[in-house]
Design a protein around this ligand. Structure first.
Ligand SMILES: Cc1cc2nc3c(=O)[nH]c(=O)nc-3n(C[C@H](O)[C@H](O)[C@H](O)COP(=O)(O)OP(=O)(O)OC[C@H]3O[C@@H](n4cnc5c(N)ncnc54)[C@H](O)[C@@H]3O)c2cc1C
Length: 393
């Protein structure tokens, strides 16, 4: 068959675009990226204008090397493209004794432990210090904050596009509007059938986001749940724009007291009427990404506003816009990165449980190393699904 490739990447969102870019440096035109829509798009998990990035990772210290390497890669891509992908506005993580769980138990404690371990600059601020430096946040007396100056936000759509453009410049083939339908082992290679053709490849990387469960055997698909998420942009009183502009306001994550929930948000990045983006993680499970409800009700907007009204100052009560996005989560909110159990040469990459964007550049590099050298420089073994099947002592 003519259509033989060294590697094919399925799904060109955050992780797939990064993987294709890194593979293209090694294999040029011998790699192909296949995307069912036209990426970047607003139908998966990598849209909505901003993504938080931070280096000390509360979901687990093992993630910090990925975040640290990703920051280096984003800066390299910026140099190559002259685009501004990463805004280093700092990050504030607010907690209190009754709010220590976010994604995982001990999120705030693990953040501080990771900061110490990897020598990540940070400060611990009490309520008065936060009020002085970042007056937009209205903390209670018993709330305090971890401040990381090297944190900030990424522009997800631009990150995806920049990496696809660079991959294409390196010769990589990119097929948009083409969907992977099936794959099978043929000798030592893999045969792919898509909506537009057939291919033979040595390696296949499945970075299909919320559609990944459809492409996997039950052992894996049963580990993944897709949750509908809503993003809100609330209007700010114009006279207070300076306090919420990116020069003066960091990204934030805020553990809600007496709850295992948190909110997170960003400075106002799009001028005085752009709105302050804020969201709270939802566990509303959906059966299929193709059937997600993308309408946001007034009740949803009001419920979000009620949560933030006494926390974020300068809101005028109106909502500028909303967006719907998908988390695909594992039972412990960790990543799953594994070899396919039945077909040699396939790498399965879970869509990263709502905290993957910041790591995506380094993940792409690691997958390219696995394809090329058989192993990655950053140890990905903590993300194996074996942790779900190991017998507990
Ligand atoms: C609301 C929200 C907020 C988030 N906030 C943060 C944050 O602040 N910081 C952070 O680090 N992370 C955050 N995340 C998580 C992060 O955005 C995701 O982990 C990441 O975007 C997942 O990327 P992905 O490439 O796995 O999935 P996607 O970007 O969805 O890409 C998957 C792609 O595969 C394509 N595809 C699927 N099936 C097929 C097929 N059969 N054939 C061809 N193509 C296919 C899809 O069309 C899609 O383009 C957030 C996620 C959401 C939803």
């Amino acid at each position: 068959m003519d259509n033989h490739l060294s590697a094919v990447v399925i799904g060109l969102g955050a992780v797939g675009s990064a993987t294709l870019y890194q593979l293209s440096k090694l294999y040029g035109s011998d790699v192909l990226g296949i995307e069912q829509f036209v990426s970047p798009h607003t139908l998966g998990s990598s849209h909505g204008e901003t993504r938080i990035t931070r280096l000390a990772i509360g979901e687990g210290e093992v993630y910090s090397p990925l975040a640290i390497r990703s920051h280096q890669i984003w800066r390299e891509i910026e140099q190559k493209t002259q685009l501004s992908l990463f805004k280093n506005v700092g990050g504030l993580l607010i907690s209190s004794p009754s709010a220590s769980r976010l994604h995982v138990e001990g999120f705030f404690e693990t953040t501080q432990a990771a900061a110490k371990k990897y020598k990540i600059p940070h400060e611990l601020l009490d309520q008065a210090e936060v009020a002085k430096r970042f007056p937009v946040f209205n903390l209670d007396d018993d709330e305090s904050a971890y401040y990381e100056p090297d944190a900030g936000y990424l522009i997800p759509e631009l990150c995806v596009k920049a990496q696809l453009d660079l991959a294409q410049a390196n010769g990589a083939q990119i097929h948009m509007n083409e969907k992977l339908l099936s794959y099978e082992q043929i000798g030592k290679q893999i045969k792919l059938v898509t909506s537009k053709g057939e291919y033979i490849t040595d390696k296949l990387i499945l970075t299909a986001g919320s559609w990944l469960p459809e492409l996997l055997p039950a052992k894996y698909s049963q580990l993944l749940e897709v949750h509908r998420q809503v993003l809100f942009w609330f209007n700010i009183k114009a006279e207070h724009y300076p306090q919420v502009a990116p020069e003066n306001m960091p990204i934030f994550i805020w553990g809600i007291k007496n709850s295992s929930q948190g909110i997170y948000g960003f400075p106002v990045i799009d001028g005085v009427s752009g709105g302050l983006k804020v969201a709270m993680e939802s566990v509303a499970k959906i059966d299929s990404p193709d059937e997600i409800n993308r309408e946001v009700t007034n009740e949803e907007i009001q419920a979000m506003y009620n949560i933030i009204a006494d926390k974020i100052r300068y809101l005028d009560g109106s909502c500028v816009k909303t967006a719907v996005c998908m988390y695909t989560v594992t039972p412990d909110h960790g990543f799953v990165i594994d070899k396919h159990p039945d077909v040699d040469g396939i790498l399965i990459v879970s869509p990263c449980s709502g905290h993957g964007f910041k790591h995506s550049a380094a993940l792409g590099e690691a997958f390219a190393q696995i394809v090329h050298d058989g192993k990655s420089k950053i140890d990905l073994s903590p993300f194996s699904s074996i942790r779900f099947t190991k017998e507990q002592p």
